[in-house]
Design a protein around this ligand. Sequence first.
Ligand code: NAD
Length: 358
Amino acid sequence: MSKKILILPGDYIGTEIMAEAVKVLELLKAEGEQIEWSFGHLGGAAYDAEGHPYPPSTQKAAREADAILMGAVGGPKYDSLPRAVRPEQGILGIRKDLGLFANLRPALAYEELAAASSFKPEVIAGLDLLILRELTGDIYFGQPRGRRQNAEGAEEGYDTMHYSRPEVERIAHVAFQAAQKRNKRLCSVDKENVLETSRLWREVVIEVGKQYPDVALSHMYVDNAAMQLVKNPKQFDVIVTGNIFGDILSDEASMLAGSIGMLPSASLDVNNKGLYEPIHGSAPDIAGQGKANPLATILSVGMMFRYTFNRADLADRIDVAVKRVLREGKRTGDIAQPGEKIIGTQEMGDAVVAALKK
Ligand code: NAD
């Protein structure tokens, strides 16, 4: 049976980069892969078209799809909207609705782009790490939250950090299984010296780890992890952490890879149904100019084949095609060095399709 993909281009460069990812899908379908896709609205585009950043039509299509490919949402046009209908509510809504609790972000330092990184080549050369961030719990969703007056009469804002045992168990299982498929090393990052939430987190990760004796488990405080990531990132294989720590560490790790335009991500539910998206935003500053790098979105297509469709062969093919275009010297502006020829979004997409055919 055909696999159903829902495509949500989103806002600003979202439509431009997604058009290139679709070229890859078209090639694979023409080769006989059983895939079909449809388009929907999310974020600002959904607000414009249907009055809500995650409208019922998208909800229905997302629930029916086997996997979802997303561009990026948000931008200045929507900055003054009330919080409840801001584009990011579309992303939070779809993650919550589909139970996408595990966010996988690989950080790979391409040899060809070593010069574009702000790190010394020897620190990042050969880097291949995976950050696993819990996505539906923690202080971003904890209740109570709000504004109030404190005992001294001053206004204060407050949020609540919490994790339940089942929430930690399920992300820990994903993390140990991911480590089993890689170099069998897992580092759990927390703030166990200060936070009750982290004490439970660490206890549960250790318990779950007993079921995975082949994986070497270590623990690190988040402040140290932030430092170690820039000092010696190659010490890590898989990192697992909660929502807020993972939000920050995964952005930090993205800089190791050279450009934000190169990094894909996956958010999975308990059955490995996933939402796949580049980690960058909608880049309003370059939208409509054909300058956006589509590689993170194309690599997200690769992750979709790897994690949801269990087609490591196609995922590897896409990864190899991207490496090949980089080796051929193809560069969008974000990854070009001074003096290098710069190509546009469409040319980069075409180059990947041509490399896939070789
Ligand atoms: P951004 O990631 O959109 O852009 C940061 C910088 O990186 C910009 O200079 C941009 O031009 C560049 N950049 C990003 N993607 C690129 C690409 N593919 N190719 C070349 N250059 C690229 O972050 P921002 O400017 O802070 O946010 C812009 C909007 O995107 C905001 O509304 C924000 O809320 C939203 N956003 C959305 C997501 C998402 O949809 N998942 C994630 C982050 C930010």
